[in-house]
Design a protein around this ligand. Structure first.
Ligand code: AR6
Length: 185
């Protein structure tokens, strides 16, 4: 079964009702700015104590930790690419890999629902329309292959980012509101 896809605006550190939120981390897994900083602040110092033990994370890969003071049980830390126009196709592949590995790590740990931020479109400067198309296509394909991810949400911080993902979802699923369990709200 393909996962139900939903999109909404919000702060991912306050998200409830999913097994894991995904962090747009850097290769050190030691925290940073943007959503990474917000997740570490909301989870408390025990998150950093655990991520220190994870040995970092390659770009395009993902690692799992506890959620600590967050309202979710787990955080999946992934690392998207820093966008560069001269190697845009490589960046597309690395971004797709970050989403794919996040879903695979969820699957390996028996998790069925997760919430993503817009990976790489902040400090890492990935153009948001391009990132949204890559993200949605990869999540649709990988969740169909894995078969046991029930729900994937994007929690997007601003209206422009939300609109880019709404458009990408509509393009990926033309003429579909909620057929096949897919919807955007
Ligand atoms: N909830 C949801 N989305 C958020 C939140 C939040 N609380 N805060 C920011 N965003 P970024 P990147 C959005 O820069 O581009 C860090 O320093 C933000 O508006 O957080 O993958 C890491 O340590 C944007 O739409 O991640 C890395 O060094 C999106 O999240 C680097 O930044 C991603 O922006 C990763 O850069």
């Amino acid at each position: 079964m393909t996962a139900a896809i939903t999109l909404h605006r919000g702060d991912i550190t306050r998200e409830t009702g999913v097994d894991a939120i995904v962090n747009a981390a850097n290769t050190s897994l030691l925290g940073g700015g943007g959503v990474d900083g917000a997740i570490h602040r909301a989870a408390g110092p025990r998150l950093l104590a655990e991520t220190r033990t994870l040995g970092g994370c390659a770009t395009g890969d993902a690692k799992i930790s506890g959620g600590y003071d967050l309202p979710v049980a787990h955080v999946i830390h992934t690392v998207g690419p820093v966008f560069s126009a001269s190697r845009a196709e490589t960046c597309d592949r690395l971004l797709a890999s970050a989403y794919r590995r996040s879903l695979e790590v969820a699957h390996e740990n028996g998790l069925r629902s997760l919430a993503f931020p817009s990976i790489s479109t902040g400090v890492y400067r990935f153009p948001v329309e391009r990132a949204a198309r890559v993200a949605i296509a990869e999540v649709l394909e990988v969740s169909a292959r894995l078969g046991d991810i029930d729900e994937v949400r994007w929690v997007l911080f601003d209206d422009a980012t939300l609109h880019a993902y709404e458009q990408a979802l509509a393009e990926a699923l033309p003429g579909t509101d909620d057929g096949a369990g897919l919807s955007a709200d």
